[in-house]
Design a protein around this ligand. Structure first.
Ligand code: C2E
Ligand code: CA
Ligand code: CA
Length: 899
């Protein structure tokens, strides 16, 4: 993931500041606009109010003034009439009136006064300007402007009783001067009076228009109230100038709120800015911490980086703490993952994960090591697998991807191509597991791969040895039976014939006796060699034992083909065999049985061929006999005889239990004993259990025989316990015996009756039986194990068990087959035995080596780690009484092993 572009340092803070500034400016502007607007509205209203006030005042004042002066005039007229001065004679009356008026004048507000006779002729004047005024008053009934005196007069005409002359008129002139205007002026107002456009009086010293700032005044024109009678007269106009100096100027009105806003903004800028700055710094520390952690991946560096964020208890601190917890969790997870990875690196097993195309998605280092390639070079599993094994892998993986299986275990080869170590394919065991995702789909498969080349080759070698005769390297009985079964199946399908020929060298015993065992072995070898040269590829020549061989001829079209091959074998012996510089002429007797003519069963065909061979020998040797050519077709005479005798011997208890010691490989002290069946027939002498045990199994006598041997063994165990020996007793258990119903219960019962424990018995079961029990799911072996019996796998190496199967059986002991011990002093033999011992140790099983005949062999086995040894070197099988003596000697001097 590419890192996201680093945010610019302090961007958040700058952004916040710019926003704040912008908002502040906007608010200020808004305040400015609002106050300006309200100023206009308020001012308008204020002006209107003042205008109304002033107008109302003067509209009231002026009529009142008029009526006041009129009343004064009437009063004056009344007083004059009351004084009766005018009723006096002419000469007397005017001086008296002048004296009266002078006495009254001080009260009078009128500057001039004229008295008119009923004809309207002036008969009396009072006041300096009365003469000129009277002249003009005839044109102006109410108002008079006197240019000479630059005065405006208000004229009042009042009727006056002149006595004998009748009704005259009193004309009164009232001057409207500067002083009257000053009187009328109300505060913050100046008045001017104009008449016909002329300024006639003013309340102030200077005319308002001449003042420095006429805009300071609100100008009102108040016309003088009109009298109805005085139509056509010019009236003066009163100009009122209302001083607006007390009105708050616009600048001041707006400046205050704006200043206040700016102040608040400043305070906010300072206070909020500081807080915002701190907060941004703390938020930035989160980002810084994250970036630093991403860069250095160091948790110790993280805490100092987050310190500012942790300063205060708030959401930022919570976030920082959550972040820190997250990092802690990540680190813990990483640590965990690391340790898993380290563990994976330690493992020899490779762990890989691949998809349906085989592409490897993840692999532990061991995978590269397995492939011998650099990391990342082996990224498709298919290219690494041997072409022959690839289909198997693909088929199994397919099942996993389809969800048909959860897991599979398979063995595969890694392709040698391109690997440093030239030419060797590596065998691996792969355990593949399917992991479904949440939707149940299997996208990937995980596998644990283990190099098992060594184990595999060992197993291969072991099974080769187990399946081949030590001397001639020919297939042994086990392999022969295997191939026979396959041949029979094929023949049944293809409608072909199979020939089985038993071959016995005539008078081989003579060679052995006269030239020695070594020469005998050589003879067998060159015989096997010669025979094989005359055979086809598909034929099998096996060694049956001693000087007996079996020839298996599959895919035969008819009996003549078989006769031809048999004839070739016989003629191959026309030439003498070379044995240690001697030329020896040998002949053979051969018995042949044919599938499907003689039988369809393998066992029957074997015994038919065997009997035909007996027959050929009885006919004087050096001849070939087909089973169906035999004159009498029952079992061989001797065989039949033994069979008859066996039933009687079992019935009469003639078959005895003999005992062979098993000793500790180091101290040679006896640890256990193996019970072996022995039968001495009055006529035939000792008969080998290898002969009569299979016979007893076939005849259904094994139950009785086996039980007798087991009971003898238990009695012997009691006896040895009484003598103070603490030994295990090992008893051979045949396959048929295991499947007798109630066997386990019967055995436990017998033990209990004698006061013995199952743990004192070792039950020896051959490898193939133990294996078939596991495979067939039968649980007899497991039940025996569960009951507490010790289990030993007998003749180990002759079966096909793999390690994992051995593990499942949970046996306590492993008896290495005698054929391996025979080859101990051959290089590969030693390797094999060593491999078996190691395997057993790995599975925590005790090893017992059978057939130890020499002290060199015993020493070598002890060195190699075998736990116990059994063989003629320490003691042959012997009857109980003799065995007791042997035990006594062994107790005193374990190292001297004699019998
Ligand atoms: P096995 O269980 O492998 O027994 C060991 C055989 O090796 C015995 O042969 C024993 O005598 C022989 N042996 C022991 N040490 C040496 C030695 O140093 N050199 C040589 N050459 N051979 C040695 P044996 O007694 O002939 O028994 C043959 C097989 O018969 C036994 O093989 C076992 O499979 C079977 N068998 C014997 N007794 C019984 C029995 O009571 N019940 C059953 N079911 N099978 C028995
Ligand atoms: Ca045995
Ligand atoms: Ca054995």
């Amino acid at each position: 993931m590419s890192p996201s572009p680093r945010p610019q340092r302090g961007a958040l803070r700058g952004q916040a500041k710019r926003r704040l500034l912008l908002i502040g400016l906007l608010v200020t502007l808004l305040i400015f606009a609002v106050t300006s607007l309200s100023y206009r509205v308020l001012k308008q209203r204020d002006l209107e109010q003042r205008r109304e006030q002033v107008r109302a005042h003067y509209n009231q004042l002026l009529p009142r003034l008029g009526s006041q002066q009129l009343a004064q005039g009437l009063q004056l007229a009344a007083r004059i009439e009351f004084s009766r001065i005018l009723e006096r004679p002419s000469a007397e009356r005017w001086p008296m009136l002048t004296a009266f008026l002078n006495a009254q004048w001080s009260f009078s507000t009128f500057s001039n006064l004229v008295v008119l006779d009923p004809a309207g002729k002036p008969i009396y004047r009072h006041g300096a300007e009365s003469d000129s005024l009277l002249l003009q008053a005839s044109q102006a009934p109410h108002w008079l402007y006197e240019p000479q005196y630059h005065q405006l007069y208000r004229i009042y005409r009042i009727p006056l009783w002149l006595g004998s002359e009748g009704q005259g008129q009193l004309v009164l002139f009232k001057t409207l001067s500067h002083s009257s205007l000053s009187e009328w002026a109300i505060p913050q107002t100046q008045l001017e009076l104009t008449h016909e456009g002329r300024l006639v009086a003013r309340s102030s010293a200077e005319p308002v228009n001449a003042l420095d700032d006429p805009a300071r005044y609100l100008r009102l024109e108040i016309p003088w109230p009109r009298d109805e009678a005085a139509e056509g007269q010019t009236y003066p106009v009163l100009l009122a100038y209302r001083d607006l100096g007390d009105l708050l100027p616009h600048g001041q009105f707006v400046a205050r709120p704006v200043a206040l806003a700016l102040l608040i903004l400043g305070l906010l800028w300072y206070g909020l800015g500081r807080w915002l700055g701190g907060t941004v710094r703390r938020i930035e520390s989160l980002g810084q911490g994250a970036r630093r952690y991403a860069r250095q991946h160091d948790r110790n560096q993280l805490l100092p980086a987050l310190a500012p964020a942790l300063e205060r208890d708030d959401e930022i601190k919570d976030t920082a703490l959550a972040f820190e917890h997250l990092v802690a969790a990540i680190e813990e997870r990483e640590q965990e993952q690391l340790s898993y990875l380290q563990t994976l690196e330690l493992l020899e097993e490779a762990v890989i994960e691949f998809n349906a195309e085989g592409r490897i998605l993840r692999a532990s280092p061991a995978w590269s090591a397995l492939c011998h390639q650099e990391d990342g070079q082996c990224d498709c599993i298919h290219s690494q697998i041997h072409p022959d094994d690839l289909p198997l892998l693909k088929a199994q993986a397919e099942q996993l991807f389809q969800g048909q299986k959860q897991g599979v275990t398979l063995r595969l080869r890694l392709h040698a191509k391109g690997r440093g170590r030239a030419g060797h394919d590596l065998w691996i065991e792969a355990r593949l597991l399917a992991f479904a995702d949440r939707h149940g789909r299997v996208e990937n498969v995980r596998g644990v791969l283990r190099d098992i080349t060594q184990t595999y080759t060992h197993e291969q070698q072991i099974s080769h040895m187990a399946l081949h005769d030590a001397l001639t390297e020919l297939p042994n009985r086990v392999l022969l039976e295997d191939r026979f079964k396959i041949a029979l199946r094929l023949a049944a399908r293809n409608e072909e014939m199979v020939g089985v020929c038993f071959i016995d060298l005539d008078h081989f015993k003579l060679v052995n006796d006269s030239l020695g065992h070594k020469a005998g072995d050589r003879l067998l070898l060159s015989f096997a060699d010669r025979l094989q040269q005359s055979l086809r590829k598909g034929d099998t020549l096996a060694r049956w034992g001693g000087d007996e061989f079996v020839l298996l001829l599959p895919e035969m079209q008819d009996e003549n083909d078989i006769r031809t091959v048999a004839g070739k074998v016989i003629s191959a012996l026309q030439q003498p065999l070379e044995v240690m510089d001697n030329e020896i002429r040998m002949t053979l007797s051969m018995g042949v049985a044919v599938y499907p003519n003689d039988s369809e069963e393998m066992e029957t065909l074997f015994s038919q061929a065997d009997r035909a061979m007996f027959f050929a020998k009885a006919q004087g040797r050096n001849q070939l006999c087909f089973f169906h050519d035999m004159s009498s077709k029952g079992p061989g005479k001797q065989e039949l005889y033994i069979q008859n005798r066996l039933a009687a011997a079992v019935e009469q208890g003639l078959i005895q239990a003999w005992f062979q010691p098993v000793v500790d490989s180091r101290s040679h002290a006896c640890t256990s004993l193996e019970v072996l069946a022995r039968w001495q027939d009055a006529e035939n002498g000792w008969i080998s259990p290898a002969t009569f045990i299979p016979m007893a199994e076939n005849l259904g006598l094994i139950g009785a025989l086996g039980n007798k041997i087991l009971l003898d063994s238990l009695d012997a165990l009691c006896r040895l316990n009484q003598l103070g020996y603490d030994l295990w007793v090992a008893v051979n258990i045949s396959k048929r015996q295991l499947f007798i119903p109630g066997f386990v219960e019967w055995l436990l019962q017998e033990l209990a009756e004698r006061g013995l424990r199952p743990g004192q018995l070792i039950l020896e079961i051959t490898e193939s039986v133990a294996l078939s029990d596991v495979e067939s799911g039968a649980d007899t072996v497991q039940r025996l194990r569960g009951a507490g019996f010790h289990l030993a796998i007998d003749d180990f190496g002759t079966g096909y068990s793999s390690l994992s199967q051995l593990h499942e059986m949970q046996a306590n002991e492993l008896k290495i087959d005698i054929s391996f011990i025979r080859r101990l002093f051959q290089p590969d033999g030693k390797t094999m035995v060593q491999a078996i011992i190691r395997m057993a140790q790995a599975l925590e099983m005790k090893t017992v080596a059978e057939g130890v005949e020499t002290s060199e062999c015993a020493e070598l086995l002890a060195q190699m780690g075998a736990d116990c040894l059994q063989g003629y070197l320490f003691g042959k099988p012997m009857p109980l009484a003799e065995f007791e003596l042997w035990l006594e000697r062994n107790r005193q001097e374990p190292r001297i092993a004699t019998s």
